[in-house]
Design a protein around this ligand. Structure first.
Ligand SMILES: Cc1cc2nc3c(=O)[nH]c(=O)nc-3n(C[C@H](O)[C@H](O)[C@H](O)COP(=O)(O)OP(=O)(O)OC[C@H]3O[C@@H](n4cnc5c(N)ncnc54)[C@H](O)[C@@H]3O)c2cc1C
Length: 272
């Protein structure tokens, strides 16, 4: 869509060139949301593509994703055999409602910074215990656990002008067992629930990450795989009945039902 309030498009070679920040500025990543509706409050777009950050770098420490990495690159990534949880990368990528245009242009950072409940890259990186590196316009880089980044529907901890620079997924999380369950009301529709369980090499614990069904990700760690009743109690303690996300992609009751149902399936799978 034509954004007729935009007066300026900046293409810095380094984000350090952008020192001040004005209301009216916005970082432009893939543009799949930014260019999809009027942005009357914006007059300047600052394009991240010229920064030329390497998209994906695998090392013994884990996987480093630039914020500008495209979701289709995540989808295609194949990890070493010991990264048993690497199939979560394509599985979460497929959970995003993607026309071919979105698939080719949307970035990991844009998806995370949109901070929608159905943000599949949020599901992926929270479940895999990622750490985000944030780059404020003034001051030092800061690191935050992925699980602390999103604070509500379309809300996060970014300060004005602060950039999501990169996402580090530790090898320890990539080497876990996992179980994933996902549902949406329509084929390729926006996620109503995307729930992931992971388990370390001890095959005793369970890390459960609930996304899409709630306005922000909810994570619960169990030192040993709980019983079905204990799991249900733990979910109720963390998510009150009115704590589910109600929108056109599914009522709160439906998402609560999916959460119980999928969490129990994941529990049973990881208990085996
Ligand atoms: C038809 C349609 C369906 C969609 N379905 C989904 C869906 O199912 N789930 C979902 O989560 N989203 C969905 N979206 C929204 C959006 O397309 C995706 O979230 C996409 O991943 C955004 O990535 P992008 O790179 O295109 O971001 P952009 O549109 O370029 O930017 C999105 C926002 O993030 C900011 N931003 C981008 N990168 C950074 C950064 N590195 N640091 C700080 N701020 C940054 C931008 O300023 C902007 O506010 C949909 C959009 C459309 C049009």
């Amino acid at each position: 869509m034509d954004l007729n309030t935009i007066r300026k498009l900046e293409r810095p070679a380094s984000a350090a060139e952008i020192t001040g920040w004005r209301e009216g500025n916005a970082w432009l990543a893939g543009g799949t949301w930014l260019l999809s509706e009027p942005q009357p409050n914006l007059d300047t777009l600052i394009d991240l593509q010229g920064l030329d950050w390497p998209s994906l770098e695998a090392s013994p420490a884990g996987l480093e994703l630039a914020a500008t990495c495209r979701i289709e690159e995540v989808e295609r990534f194949k990890g070493p055999p010991e990264w048993t949880a690497a199939p979560l990368l394509p599985e979460c990528s497929h959970a995003l409602l993607m026309s071919f245009k979105i698939a080719h242009e949307a970035t990991v950072g844009g998806n995370i910074c949109m901070s929608l409940p159905a943000g599949a890259m949020i599901s992926l990186t929270t479940a895999l215990e990622a750490v985000y590196t944030l780059w404020p316009r003034s001051g030092a880089l800061r690191k935050v656990p992925a699980i602390d980044f999103v604070t509500g529907n379309n809300r996060n901890i970014l300060a004005p002008g602060e950039l999501l620079r990169s996402i580090h997924i530790p090898a320890s999380a990539l080497s876990k067992r996992f179980a994933l369950r996902h549902a949406s009301l329509t084929h390729l529709g926006r996620s109503a629930a995307l729930i992931v369980g992971t388990q370390d090499k001890s095959a005793r614990d369970m890390l459960l990450t609930i996304t899409a069904a709630t306005p922000r990700p909810v994570q619960m760690h169990f030192a040993t795989v709980p019983t079905a009743a204990a799991l249900r109690r733990a979910i109720d303690e963390r998510i009150p009945a009115d704590g589910y996300f109600d929108d056109v992609h599914g009522s709160a009751d439906y998402k609560r039902h999916l959460t119980y149902h999928f969490a129990e399936q994941i529990r049973a799978e990881l208990a085996r």
